[in-house]
Design a protein around this ligand. Structure first.
Ligand code: GLC
Length: 598
């Protein structure tokens, strides 16, 4: 059975040439490796950082947030101007996607200097001003830390390519050609094969992501010491934690052996949760995190709840970013698109909610810079407002720390590209080549980009209905979504029924009722493709969360023990909520949250 499943999986990936995005393929390639996991640390944390469980985190992808100087590129001064907006929204923490100097081949996820600020975004003084402004308003600040790879423009890499005896040579994976070709058969997740030849050295370097993102050799203790130095530098400056990029990839199998052939992701089983991941994370925790009042959230693309119990839960990192709930309309990756399945969406949440309860803590999100806009994916653009609110409700009432991505709170939608010339992302261009191999070209590929690409998350935030949506007075670096005349912050601030005002209310409601923010989870009707219904319990408080994902009216019967007429309706997305004691009709994308105090 296992073999059959595996063969089916391999067939599917081969047929679809899935690969590409990070969510790629790994589940198929997952290899059981013996792991030594030491649970207790030698040193204990100096601080109780459990405050991170009460935060709502807002992710800023600075380039598209707000431009203050008219160069068409979002910047830190723009963030500073909107701190009150964020405070008013009800968020208590800002996570900055990378804002370090970078050639922007992967929009900051290719760092050229870990100790600076990208001049396009401002200076270190501007950053410090923003951080102080956030702290003054009671908001924390978290930096994105990309340590799996650097930019090829980083000085360490420039040194490393000078000669084989350069002290930085071993900071990266340089290998001699094998039989006149690549050192192994690994694919890059972002750009062709995982190896790039350097004429000068006569060697290849490893890049699991784009060519401009060479992988750091974390096995070298000097690299780990430098990583710890970078962490301390930002913590000493006053930041409150890190979001750690593809942290599960930092340890590679010794000898870099060939991988099981898989289109576009060959080799992934040799670096996903590699042999030294646990010991490196433990080292960072003991030598750095334990000495600061901070928290960590680590991106682990293929992680399951069991991984969170090993690497998260405060043992190594505090929370993990899983991709499970983000593939309810894709096979392994967003690009291999299938219709949205509510059952798959619910299963992802159920697994994490139940398996971590009382043991760990969840990171809750439905959007970030790596995925198309969620209403366009999982909701309905026709029922924009209703489905935007139902989607918000579906995840904001779960137990964990909620994350909101810029523009999500106003219900930003996917944009439309008339040609690939309007696109910006290295992944879009790599996938073009990958999909061409299976005959998906021209308009068909463009349709796929319009549906699934992460380009959509990166269009400028729509602030008002003035030119360029109030994002810039200059020429925006990336096309503003033409729907900004109706979907924008200013309009939604004025409309009491807007998605924006709903987010504000939902965050308040969540904080007011511990059953919602901290409760245990019990799901009803798990096989329904139309209704998401769960109960949350904390002490003698109960909550019943009901979300319709249907475009039609549908009948709803409350689970046994719940009387709708006796609950307090604390959140809803229609002006009224008629109900009998056990039943009601749910209108398109209707959602309701009832509270019962024992
Ligand atoms: C992470 C980031 C993504 C980036 C990749 C490579 O998944 O979220 O944006 O492209 O890592 O750094």
């Amino acid at each position: 059975m296992k073999n059959l499943k595996r063969m089916l999986c391999i067939f599917l990936t081969t047929a679809l040439l899935a690969g590409m995005c990070i969510g790629a393929v790994s589940a198929f390639a997952a290899k059981e490796k013996p792991k030594t996991v030491t649970i207790c640390s030698r040193t204990e944390p100096k601080y109780d950082n459990s405050w991170y469980k009460d935060l709502t985190v807002y992710q800023i992808w600075c380039r598209s947030f707000k431009d203050s100087d008219g160069d068409g590129i979002g910047d830190l001064e723009g963030v500073y101007q909107e701190l009150d907006y964020l405070k008013d929204l009800g968020v208590d923490c800002i996570w900055f996607s990378p804002i370090y100097p970078s050639p922007q081949k992967d929009y900051g996820y290719d760092i050229a200097d870990y100790y600076g600020i990208n001049p396009e975004y401002g200076t270190m003084e501007t950053f410090e001003k923003v951080m102080k402004g956030a702290h003054d308003r009671g908001m924390k600040v978290v930096m994105d830390l990309v340590i799996n790879h650097t930019s090829d423009q980083h000085q360490w890499f420039q040194e490393s390519r000078k000669s084989k005896d350069n002290p930085y040579h071993d900071w990266y994976f340089w290998r001699d050609p094998k039989n006149g070709s690549y050192p192994n058969n690994w694919d890059s997740l972002f750009e062709g094969k995982a190896w790039k030849y350097d004429e000068n050295l006569g060697q290849y370097y490893l890049h699991v992501f784009a060519e401009g993102q060479p992988d750091l050799n974390m096995d070298n203790p000097e690299v780990r010491n430098e990583v710890k130095k970078i962490m301390r530098y930002w913590l000493d400056k006053g930041v409150d934690g890190f979001r750690e990029d593809v942290i599960s990839y930092i340890s590679k199998d010794p000898g870099l052996p060939d991988g099981i052939p898989l289109p576009a992701a060959t080799g992934i089983e040799h670096y996903d949760k590699g042999p030294n991941l646990d010991s490196y994370l433990k080292e960072f925790k003991q030598d750095v995190y334990n000495n600061y009042n901070m928290f960590t959230v680590g991106e682990m693309p293929q992680s399951k709840p069991a991984d969170a119990l090993t690497y998260g839960c405060g043992k190594r990192l505090d929370m993990l970013i899983s991709f499970d709930q983000m593939t309810a309309d894709g096979i392994v990756t967003d690009y291999v698109h299938v219709p949205f399945s509510l059952v798959r969406y619910k299963r992802a949440w159920r697994d994490w909610q139940t398996q971590l309860y009382g043991k760990g803590w969840n990171c809750l999100y439905i959007e970030n810079h790596d995925h198309a806009r969620v209403i366009s994916r999982y909701g309905s653009e026709h029922y924009w407002k209703e489905s935007g609110k139902t989607l918000a409700t579906s995840y904001l009432m779960l137990t964990g720390t909620p994350f909101i991505y810029q523009g999500q709170e106003i219900g930003m939608l996917n944009t439309h590209f008339n040609s690939l010339d309007e696109c910006k992302d290295v992944v879009t261009f790599n996938n073009e080549k990958t999909f061409a191999k299976v005959g998906v070209t021209g308009q068909r590929y463009l349709d796929l980009v319009n549906k699934t690409s992460r380009e959509h998350a990166r269009t400028p935030v729509q602030w008002d209905d003035s030119k360029n949506a109030g994002f810039t007075t200059g020429t925006p670096w990336f096309g503003v979504n033409p729907n900004y005349k109706t979907i924008n912050v200013a309009a939604e601030q004025k409309d009491p029924d807007s998605i924006l005002n709903y987010y504000k209310k939902a965050l308040k409601v969540r904080k007011a009722y511990p059953a919602l923010s901290k409760g245990s989870y019990k799901e009803y009707y798990p096989a329904s493709e139309k209704i998401y219904c769960y109960e949350k319990d904390y002490g003698d408080q109960k909550a019943l969360v009901i979300c319709s994902f249907s475009k039609q009216d549908i009948p709803f019967v409350a689970p046994t023990g719940f009387d709708l007429s006796k609950g307090t309706l604390v959140l809803q997305n229609y002006p009224d909520a008629p109900a009998g004691s056990r039943s009601c009709t749910l209108r398109p994308y209707e959602c309701r949250v009832y509270i019962y105090n024992g």
